[in-house]
Design a protein around this ligand. Sequence first.
Ligand SMILES: Nc1ncnc2c1ncn2[C@@H]1O[C@H](COP(=O)(O)OP(=O)(O)OP(=O)(O)O)[C@@H](O)[C@H]1O
Ligand SMILES: [Mg+2]
Length: 113
Amino acid sequence: MKKIEAIIRPDVFSAVRRALALEGIDGLSVTEIAGCGRQEGRTGLFRGNAYEMEFSSKLKLEMVIEDRLVEPIIKSILEYAATGEVGDGKIFIYPVDEAIRIRTKERGAVAVY
Ligand SMILES: Nc1ncnc2c1ncn2[C@@H]1O[C@H](COP(=O)(O)OP(=O)(O)OP(=O)(O)O)[C@@H](O)[C@H]1O
Ligand SMILES: [Mg+2]
């Protein structure tokens, strides 16, 4: 299993959500975050004075999925989250040791459906 963490623009969320649903993703966590990439959050200089640039508001999606779904999910996110402008976000992939559905005590891939 892997965890996919995708940081995306809030306005592409419904398109990404729909694409993920078509790939069979039902379980998903979404968090509103304030982030900065290469352009935001830097200390800028205006007329000799340093100032903090703005953080931008993004959504962080987290989903734990079976390994075989990783590439199709990445493809969907890349397709629906990209505008081509700076600030489109990032995707990070982590290994997941275990998943447990608390109600049934099921473990492993069955627990993430
Ligand atoms: N290395 C990182 N680790 C964790 N979060 C990050 C990282 N880089 C970017 N982010 C998150 O992703 C959001 C969007 O980043 P962004 O797309 O601007 O990245 P970038 O590297 O500046 O790429 P681009 O040049 O396309 O803007 C940020 O607001 C932040 O929340
Ligand atoms: Mg950026």
